[in-house]
Ligand binder design. Structure first.
Ligand code: RIB
Length: 292
């Protein structure tokens, strides 16, 4: 069983489904409202645990109703929560999601996720040193991502950086990461000086650009490769990227080839969109393998 440490956000997703997305200044009637666990960090932790990894989460919740539900959910999905801190200063993170016209729009209120500090990560250093892969995203402070990249570099722990949501990142963080998984928009923010092809060639077998329903693109050292996704009936794409990242981390940590790992990650992500909620469709290991 590979060991993965996820350093990132925990949130409650407040989801409205509607046939129409309102324009600025417009009011529309929605169809349904649900509250489901989310946050890119917690989503990736739970996806990796369902795929059979031993997962430790480093994060922060508010001392409130949502915080308790987030912790209960991590525990029931076998994620180790020793380093999930709590604070009374600020509420748990929330994501305000509209599902309409076949896609989602999300506003994230970071709340307690802003308290995921280098000091909190440092408390977990002995555990981090034992893992096969660290996974980090960008719903936590930038200085924490920099610190994580620094310790991963120092202790030679592979770091998978999912640079979402988009923000500029220092060259050192980019170099320290073993793997980068932006979508096309995030890639343009990461590498404003390069075209997609130039960026891919600069980082062979390291930069994996996700292209939604088309698949994932990378450069294998000789040529650009597009690993296609699987066609499914998509109900809710929220969390597909998180499932992809978690599955990729698990497969790479297990020693699978780049191509095999991307295929596994695409399969897991495609299954995740067949059910409602960021975590609702995240598959187990056997569900992915049977469908590969
Ligand atoms: O990646 C999907 C996640 O992004 C949602 O669960 C929501 O919490 C937002 O953070």
């Amino acid at each position: 069983m590979v060991k993965i440490c996820v350093i990132g956000s925990c949130a409650m997703d407040l989801v409205v489904t509607s046939t129409k997305r309102p324009h600025a200044g417009e009011t529309v009637l929605g169809d349904n409202f649900s509250t489901v666990p989310g946050g890119k960090g917690a989503n990736q932790a739970i996806a990796a645990a369902r795929l059979g990894a031993h997962v430790t989460m480093i994060g922060c919740i508010g001392e409130d109703f949502y915080g308790k539900a987030i912790i209960d959910n991590l525990i029931s999905n076998n994620v180790t929560i020793t380093f999930v801190d709590s604070t009374s200063d600020v509420s748990s993170g929330t994501a305000h999601i509209i599902l309409a016209e076949g896609d989602n729009s999300i506003i994230v209120v970071k709340g307690a996720n802003d308290k995921v500090s280098p000091a909190l990560v440092e408390k977990a250093l002995d555990t981090i040193k034992t893992v096969d892969m660290v996974l980090v995203q960008q719903e936590i402070p930038e200085e924490t991502v920099c610190y994580v990249s620094d310790i991963c570099h120092r202790f030679k722990i592979p770091l998978l950086l999912n640079p979402a949501p988009a923000r500029t990142i220092s060259k050192t963080v980019i170099e320290n990461a073993a793997y980068l998984t932006p979508n096309e928009h995030e890639c343009a923010v990461l590498f404003p000086e390069y075209t997609t092809t130039e960026a891919l060639r600069k980082y062979p077998n390291k930069l994996f650009i996700t292209e939604g329903s088309k698949g994932v693109r990378y450069y294998d050292g000789e040529q650009e490769v597009l690993v296609p996704t699987y066609k499914v009936n998509a109900i809710d794409t929220t969390g597909a990227g998180d499932t992809f990242n978690a599955a990729l981390a698990v497969a790479l940590a297990e020693g699978s080839s780049t191509q095999q790992s991307l295929k596994f990650a695409n399969r897991a992500a495609s299954l995740s969109v067949t059910k409602f909620g960021a975590q609702g469709g995240m598959p187990t290991r056997s569900e992915v393998e049977v469908n590969l």
